[in-house]
Design a protein around this ligand. Structure first.
Ligand SMILES: Cc1ncc(C[n+]2csc(CCOP(=O)(O)OP(=O)(O)O)c2C)c(N)n1
Ligand SMILES: [Mg+2]
Length: 359
């Protein structure tokens, strides 16, 4: 480790790796919320009410379990499928929907592609569409945090296919050499759009790739919130103790399409899907809560019903939010607008008032 990168002290003994029992129903609620938002967004896209959406069904336990294990101060560098992570962070559903619509409630002012949300307030960096770029960014931010003496980690989310990207190599190599306090959280959902896991790499696991970079890689059942939580807690403690990064491979399955622009029936079988549906993380969590008497069937019915109502209300509120003022496109580029930009803005404003639609 570099001399100029002091390691903050942490008491690793104070690192409970088991989820507190009182959190289990809350975790289930977060998973149900993610599933309901997901189902709703797929429908809304089909109805033409939002432009584009990237579903996460099947990956709820991996996302909620990992996000639950973090500190709110930790920075998250997601790919584009991490809706449940954003929800755990506390991003309100309405705010997400504002981004999908690109209305005036959208903190990004409608300038990003739908589904590419990000919130400084929640330490959730804007989604990365080019696969892997978030990995090296997370490593850089982790080094910066350490140099500033902050006791935080950065966590980056990516998929199985992304382990073949340049940024995966650059990021993990750098993090290994400099012991960056980063957690590499790979959701191996078995597919990179239409490319199956076994055509992606001959590596026995994705986690084993960490060995080449000189740090641990672990495989966890990504449908089990406990296993995921434990792995992230351990990785976080290691990172804060100055022991460097960890690669976690959470094995899951993408139950839905890659995105709303994809039809998975063209490249995978119903039999494969049926097999993984039996491992639906929501069913598993519900079963666990029922067995522990932390939930009844009636509670469950009520939970789904209230969650659906909540999400419908959030969407109605988002749809009722006025569009972004087009004049805002002249903002935020320069601290002070240049004379040329000022002139363009005035001309555009004039044409809007005149209703000529000139742009
Ligand atoms: C650099 C780059 N190459 C190709 C693409 C096209 N692309 C978008 S998503 C994707 C698959 C990524 O698969 P994986 O990493 O397994 O993540 P998943 O979508 O399954 O969550 C590809 C190839 C891209 N976005 N960026
Ligand atoms: Mg994948």
């Amino acid at each position: 480790m570099s001399e100029s990168a002091p390691v903050p002290e942490v008491a690793t003994s104070e690192n409970p790796t088991e989820i507190p029992a009182a959190d289990l129903p809350k975790i289930y609620r977060a998973m149900v919320l993610a599933r309901v938002v997901d189902e709703r967004c797929l429908t809304l896209q089909r109805q033409g009410r939002i432009g584009f959406y990237v579903p996460l069904q099947g990956q709820e336990a991996a996302q909620v379990g990992s996000a639950w294990a973090l500190d709110p101060e930790d920075w998250i560098f997601p790919a584009y499928r991490e809706l449940a992570v954003a929800l755990v962070r506390g991003v309100p559903v309405k705010l997400l929907l504002d981004q999908f619509i690109g209305n005036s409630g959208d903190v990004l002012k409608g300038r990003q592609m739908p589904n590419h949300y990000g919130y400084r307030e929640f330490r959730f960096v804007t989604a990365s569409s080019p696969v892997g770029t978030q990995i090296s960014q997370a490593v850089g931010a982790a080094m910066a945090a350490r140099w500033k003496g902050e006791e935080i980690v950065t966590v980056t989310y990516f998929g199985d296919g992304t382990t073949s990207s340049n940024d995966f190599h650059a990021g993990l190599n750098f993090a290994g050499v400099f012991k960056a306090p980063t957690i590499f959280f790979c959701q191996n959902n078995q597919w990179a759009i239409s490319l199956p896991r076994d055509r992606q790499t001959k590596s026995e696991t994705l986690a084993v790739k960490a060995t080449a970079y000189g740090f641990p890689g672990v495989v966890v059942d990504g449908t089990d919130v406990h296993a995921v939580y434990r792995a992230v807690r351990e990785a976080r403690a290691r990172a804060l103790a100055g022991e460097g990064p960890t690669l976690i491979e959470a094995q899951v399955y993408r139950l839905g399409p890659h995105s709303t622009s994809d039809d998975p029936r063209r490249y995978r079988t119903d039999a494969e899907l049926a097999l993984w549906k039996e491992k639906d993380p929501l069913a598993r969590m519900k079963h666990e809560l029922l067995a522990a008497a932390l939930l009844t069937e009636d509670d469950d019915v009520a939970l789904w019903e209230t969650t659906r109502k909540e999400v419908v209300a959030a969407f109605e509120a988002a749809e009722a939010t006025p569009p972004v003022d087009p004049l805002t496109m002249f903002d935020d580029v320069f601290a002070e607008r240049t004379p040329a930009l000022e002139a363009q803005r005035a001309e555009f404003e004039e044409s809007q008032k005149a209703g000529t639609g000139k742009s």
